[in-house]
Design a protein around this ligand. Structure first.
Ligand code: SF4
Length: 455
């Protein structure tokens, strides 16, 4: 499939609304404080999933990037991480009592900046996890890193600890853009990190890119894409910068008048998609690219791709336990989220034995819609017959209203509604979130405004 099939500027301008990224359904905005520890324990007990994935959130960063919308604490004080680890290890011990028997097939350290932890702190964390959980021998151990806190020797240390997947925030290599976003970093160092990770047999390296940043031009961004090409990484993630200064104070520091407008952003996005596809990457879902030899590309081909809070993944039918401040879990029939501020998180570990701040138990309707939305986001096809059979419904009757709302998409030849399936055309690939929104029963106007722009 050629990348130009995906990019239809008339359609992209016609459907400019904001929308969820559907890393879960229902989305985190629908979690409620009514969900408590007893609900979590019940979900753990009732879960049929045989394996476990762990997500560990490290919230600290040494320096503030002005575009950032993540949950993080900016500090130079390394000792804050020691205190955090005290609580994190306690949480690991508590949760392992309930889930420690399941084989752990994946661990993902995200942030914040996981490599804010120095080698001793990182070792302490990994030893704590390995002591209390049962890692499989081929478990995937992934870590996100900020290159400004990295050296090639740290790659060696991470490899020795068992890490085999690496994700680096490249964003943009242009000095003017880096200055404006307060993230000045060396491309040569990033190249050296990638080379070292390959030499140490990391299974894959991912680079994150962002388009829509101040001072970005097609010419400057082409240089960033060229740098990606040179590094020959297995995966690339391409994110649209969402300017929401009313929600994220850091973004007020960006020179707003230097931000590309909507039209310029489309040009940057098109450039990135076409260039990456011309380099041989397969476009995955809405924002990922993978070389055809990579597991993500294979999963897309085999229609086994799935989606969780870290984006696209190949791991289905696994419980996800989130550890650390703000971390989200997806266990059995439930979603739950830890406290989002450090003090609340510490209090919950100390007094409530790691009670989540909020969450929800999925109803049957949630499960049905979750399946539809996952099929759209991952496979571009909704198998009506399979869903009817799985959930004991008549798909066309159950979704009579929603199928009516698909009419504009059908008229724009983005969607075909067949008797046995809904098929999404490649030209709608950048607008998958819009198609999903038709099936999202929680999506009112009030919540819609909280989401980032889909492009
Ligand atoms: S973008 Fe990443 S490194 Fe920068 S402040 Fe946000 S979480 Fe920290």
């Amino acid at each position: 499939m050629h990348s130009s099939v995906i990019f239809d500027s008339a359609l992209l301008q016609k459907y400019p609304a904001r929308g969820p990224r559907y890393t879960s359904y229902p989305t985190a905005l629908n979690f409620t404080p009514k969900f408590g520890k007893p609900d979590l324990l019940k979900a753990i007990e009732q879960s049929n999933n045989k394996t476990l994935s762990l997500y560990v959130h490290i919230p600290f960063c040494h320096k503030l990037c002005y575009y950032c919308g993540c949950t993080k604490v900016v500090t130079r004080l390394q000792s804050k991480a020691d205190v955090y680890l005290d609580y994190l290890i306690k949480e690991i011990e508590i949760q392992a009592q309930y889930m420690g028997h399941k084989p752990v097939t994946r661990v993902h350290l995200g942030g914040g900046t996981p490599n804010f932890l120095n080698d001793i702190q990182l070792k302490r964390l990994m030893n704590g996890l390995k002591k209390h959980f049962n890692f499989t021998t081929d478990a995937e151990l992934a870590i996100e890193v900020d290159p400004r806190d990295m050296t090639c020797e740290r790659i060696d240390t991470m490899a020795d600890m068992g890490f085999n997947r690496l994700s680096i925030g490249l964003q943009d290599i242009d000095p003017k853009v880096q200055e404006a976003i307060n993230r000045v970093q060396s491309t040569e160092l990033i190249e050296a990190l990638v080379t070292r990770a390959k030499a140490r047999n990391f299974r894959s390296v991912n680079l994150d890119l962002i388009y829509g940043l101040p001072f970005q031009t097609p010419e400057s961004f082409a240089n960033t894409l060229e740098a990606v090409h040179k590094m020959q990484v297995e995966r690339v993630s391409l994110f649209s910068y969402a300017h929401l200064p009313e929600r994220f104070a850091a973004q007020r520091k960006l020179p707003a008048d230097a931000l590309p407008n909507a039209e310029q952003k489309l040009v940057l996005m098109r450039l990135a998609i076409e260039t990456l596809c011309s380099y041989g990457y397969q476009f995955i879902g809405i924002d990922h690219f993978a070389l055809p030899t990579d597991e993500l590309a294979k999963a897309q081909h085999n229609k086994t791709l799935t989606r969780n809070f870290q984006g696209y993944t190949t791991e289905a039918d696994s419980d996800l336990l989130g550890l650390g401040v703000s971390a989200i879990s997806a266990i059995g029939d439930s979603y739950s989220q830890n406290h989002k501020d450090l003090n609340g998180y510490y209090y919950s570990i100390e007094h409530d034995k790691a009670a989540p701040e909020k969450g929800l138990v999925l109803s049957k309707d949630d499960h049905i819609r979750q399946q539809v939305i996952s099929d759209i986001m991952c496979n571009l096809t909704v198998d009506k017959a399979a869903i009817s059979l799985k959930f004991g419904i008549d798909f066309d009757k159950y979704f009579a209203d929603e199928l009516g709302k698909l009419r504009p998409f059908i008229e724009d030849q983005m969607v075909v509604n067949l008797s046995h399936a809904i098929c999404i055309a490649y030209k709608a690939q950048l607008l998958l979130r819009h198609v999903c929104m038709v099936f999202d029963v929680y999506l009112g106007l009030a919540t819609r405004q909280k989401f980032s722009a889909t492009i």
